[in-house]
Design a protein around this ligand. Structure first.
Ligand code: AMP
Length: 290
C-alpha cells in the first residue's frame, strides 16, 4: 500500500491510473476503522482494479460544540488494517492540506441537507459535501462507496453527484452491526459498559417499527409514538429525532408507502448515535433493510 499526505501527489497518481485505464474504487472515512468501513473496502476491491481509502477527520462537518477534537484517531492501526485488506492507496492529508488558511469555497446541497441531522447539526452536510467533492477531485474515482448507516449523507452525496454532473458512481452498502444489533460506529468507542447495553435501544426500536409495519400499521404517528416510548423508557438514552420520511426527498410522510426511511438519532451518554430502517415497496410487497 502506498500512502500519500499531499493532494497534488495523490491526484497525479490517480490521473496516471485513470489514463492507464484502471478502474478506481474509493472509500472515504474518518478513520478509527471498524468492520463497517472494511465492508466498504472489500466491496470496492471486488468491483475495481485499484482501491483508494482516505482517512481524514473533517473539521468542516463538526459543529463548534461537537466532538472534533475528541474524535478517535488511530492512524497506525488504520494503516495496518487497510494494508491487510489489500488497499492500494491511502490518502491521509493533514488538515492544512485540505483547508489552507483563508479557505472559502464550499458545496451546499440545499433542501435534503436541512431536516433530520441537518436540523441538529447545522452546517454538517455543507462540510460533508465539500470534503467529498474535494476528495473526488483529488482521487478521481470511478466508483465511491458509502454506508447506509449514514442514510441522509448518501442522499446528499447522490444528489450532489447528479446535479453537479460528477463522473462517479455512488454505491451504497448495507449497515454492519454487532451481534446484538448495534450499528458499528467509531463513536461506539465513547460508550462505557452500561451505556453500551443501553445503546441497543436504537436497533430494538427500529425492529419494533418493522414489526408494526409488517403487521399492517402504516401511520407515521403510530410508528413514531412507539419508537419514542421505547427510547424514553431507556434511562441512558435521549432522543434527538425520529421521523418517517420519503427515502429520496427526505420529506415527511404521513404513511409508510413506497420507498420510506425511518431515521433516528439518540444520545447515549456522550455518544450521539444514528441508525435507520429503510422500507422499499415492490410488486411482491414490502422489503425491509435494517
Ligand atoms: P465515517 O468514518 O464514520 O465517516 O464513515 C465512513 C463510511 O463508512 C461512511 O460511508 C459510513 O456510512 C460508513 N460506515 C460507518 N459505519 C458503518 C456501518 N456500521 N456499516 C456500514 N457502513 C458504515
Amino acid at each position: 500500500m502506498k500512502a500519500f499526505t499531499r493532494a497534488a501527489e495523490m491526484q497525479t497518481a490517480s490521473l496516471g491510473l485513470r489514463s492507464g485505464g484502471k478502474s478506481i474504487g474509493f472509500v472515504p472515512t474518518m478513520g478509527a476503522l471498524h468492520e463497517g468501513h472494511l465492508s466498504l473496502v472489500r466491496r470496492a476491491r471486488q468491483e475495481n482494479e485499484v482501491t483508494v481509502t482516505s482517512v481524514f477527520v473533517n473539521p468542516a462537518q463538526f459543529g463548534p460544540t461537537e466532538d472534533y477534537r475528541k474524535y478517535p484517531r488511530e492512524p497506525a492501526r488504520d494503516a495496518q488494517l487497510l494494508e491487510r485488506e489489500g488497499v492500494d492507496f491511502l490518502f491521509a492529508p493533514p488538515v492544512e492540506e485540505m483547508y489552507p488558511p483563508n479557505f472559502q469555497t464550499y458545496a451546499t446541497v440545499e433542501k435534503v441537507s436541512a431536516p433530520l441531522e441537518g436540523q441538529f447539526r447545522p452546517g454538517h452536510f455543507r462540510g460533508v459535501a465539500t470534503v467529498v467533492l474535494k476528495l473526488f477531485n483529488i482521487i478521481q474515482p470511478h466508483r465511491a462507496y458509502f454506508g447506509r448507516k449514514d442514510a441522509q449523507q448518501c442522499v446528499v452525496i447522490r444528489r450532489m453527484v447528479r446535479e453537479l454532473n460528477l463522473p462517479v458512481e455512488i454505491v451504497v452498502c448495507p449497515i454492519v452491526r454487532e451481534p446484538d444489533g448495534l450499528a458499528l460506529s467509531s463513536r461506539n468507542y465513547y460508550l462505557n459498559g452500561e451505556e453500551r447495553r443501553a445503546a441497543r435501544v436504537l436497533y430494538r426500536s427500529l425492529c419494533r417499527a418493522r414489526e408494526l409495519v409488517e403487521k399492517g400499521e402504516r401511520r407515521t404517528e403510530a410508528i413514531v409514538r412507539e419508537i419514542r416510548q421505547l427510547i424514553e423508557r431507556e434511562p441512558h438514552a435521549r432522543l434527538d429525532y425520529v421521523a418517517v420520511v420519503h427515502a429520496d426527498t427526505l420529506e415527511p410522510v404521513g404513511r409508510v408507502a413506497g420507498a420510506t426511511l425511518i431515521p433516528l438519532a439518540v444520545w447515549i451518554g456522550r455518544a450521539r448515535l444514528i441508525d435507520n430502517l429503510l422500507i422499499e415497496e415492490s410488486g411482491s410487497g414490502l422489503g425491509f433493510h435494517l
